[in-house]
Design a protein around this ligand. Structure first.
Ligand SMILES: [Zn+2]
Length: 206
């Protein structure tokens, strides 16, 4: 059981971990080995995504340990996004996947946004809050990956186009602020689910 102060310390810790993990992952991109670069980059995407969902759970006073399967789901979805490099290259060779001229469809932010919207509407129609949970998980894990890639290539909203690459420290700040934004949107849109999960006077349990 944790007090409000301890919850704030955990929020600060996980927010910092998102920034530190991203920063270390970006430094590792400077190494010479292409395989190590690809593996560390993918692991960084996955870890940042897992930390993002953990922080969303902490902010919304949900137990991280009880929801650890969803944290790992975010970890694997963010890692999976880079599979499109291989699909576009029509090859499982890392060399081919790393030297593409165009971006893969899983890097288009319109796709997770539309999926999230569909699942949210579907869950409201069927009165199944669990389905919307998966919508938020998909949105968080894809967008945390896209925000990190946006430092190099911008955010891509197909078919409308892309933004310019996001400046480095703005991207780091955006990654750390992102879980707070998602939790805020969840509290606005998922009122039914939140009324079940948020009991304001109960201590926080990790
Ligand atoms: Zn990527």
């Amino acid at each position: 059981m944790f007090s409000i102060q301890q919850k704030l310390i955990l929020q600060l810790l996980f927010t910092s971990l998102i920034g530190i993990t991203s920063y270390i992952g970006d430094r590792l991109l400077q190494q010479k080995s292409e395989i190590l670069r690809a593996v560390s980059d993918n692991f960084t995407h996955a870890t940042v995504s897992g930390l993002t969902w953990s922080l969303i759970l902490i902010i919304s006073k949900k137990s991280v340990l009880k929801n650890i399967s969803k944290v790992f789901l975010c970890f694997f979805i963010a890692s999976f996004v880079d599979v499109d490099h291989f699909l576009i290259a029509i090859s499982w060779r890392l060399q081919d996947a790393m030297h593409l001229q165009k971006r893969g469809f899983l890097h288009c932010s319109t796709i997770p946004i539309m999926t999230w919207l569909f699942l949210l509407i579907y869950s409201k129609m069927l009165n199944q809050p669990n389905i919307s949970d998966y919508g938020w998980i998909i949105l968080s894990s894809f967008l945390s990956h896209h925000i990190r890639d946006a430092n190099r290539r911008g955010l891509w909203f197909c078919p409308f186009g892309s933004t310019r690459p996001i400046p480095y420290y703005f991207y780091l700040s955006l990654s750390m602020a992102f879980p707070y934004f998602i939790e805020f949107c969840m509290s606005l849109l998922d009122t039914q689910q939140l009324s079940e999960k948020r009991i304001y006077n109960t201590p926080y349990v990790i």
